[in-house]
Design a protein around this ligand. Structure first.
Ligand SMILES: [Zn+2]
Length: 209
């Protein structure tokens, strides 16, 4: 075979190989959607777009967690606790806007652009690295007419695991999760996993490692 042809064939093989590798790396969604890890090191899988359900207050969540969420809220109400979902699914675009707004806020307070960026990055996850982009992470607060946030957080801390939700950023685990304690942020993992994480008092990172 001519040298020129050999080189050509080699190039074609390299291109095919690289395309296959790229496809495997970028678009692979883990087999179990409930166990997708998203944090400062792990981004939301590319092209991830869950089926959404809109709650009565306009917030969207992954349709698959709706039945368990509904049951959890019904049971909370029968204990005279009144939770509401204050944040659910966020698109990449919304996450980007959140970061922009935070930076603008700090700039308006007198910080330099660079300082503002640094401060904002501590409070808002980078685009693609917020669990809210999955639709299975929720911020849950109180309906202020009937409950205090404190009451809701306490009830959730004791009961959410029964419905498949875990306190995603527990106190004193910032070194593992990369996020400060957030008593309002719950993440769906399914009831079996939630029970194990709750009873062993571990984080999702530790469970998956
Ligand atoms: Zn949150």
């Amino acid at each position: 075979m001519k040298r020129k042809n050999k080189v050509l064939i080699m190039i074609i093989f390299i291109i095919i190989g690289m395309t296959v590798l790229k496809f495997i790396q970028s678009d692979k969604v883990p087999d179990d959607w409930r166990l997708i890890l998203v944090n400062n090191e792990h981004s939301v899988p590319k092209n991830y777009s869950p089926q959404l359900t809109q709650l009565s207050n306009g917030i969207y969540i992954d349709s698959r967690i709706y039945p368990d969420l509904q049951k959890m809220f019904d049971d909370a109400r029968s204990d005279s606790i009144y939770p509401v979902v204050s944040e659910g699914y966020r698109t990449r675009k919304q996450q980007k806007q959140m970061m922009k707004d935070k930076i603008t806020g700090f700039v308006n307070e007198g910080y330099s652009e660079k300082e503002a960026e640094k401060l904002a990055e501590k409070l808002v996850a980078e685009v693609g690295k917020s669990e809210h982009e999955l639709g299975i992470a929720l911020d849950i607060n109180a309906d202020p007419l009937y409950s205090s946030d404190e009451e809701v957080y306490n009830w959730l801390a004791e009961n959410a695991f029964k419905y498949g939700f875990i306190l995603r950023y527990p106190p004193d685990r910032e070194d593992i999760t990369g996020i400060d304690y957030e008593p309002w942020h719950y993440r769906y993992v399914g009831t079996d996993t939630a029970l194990e994480i709750y009873s062993r008092q571990i984080t999702l990172e530790e469970y998956l490692s």
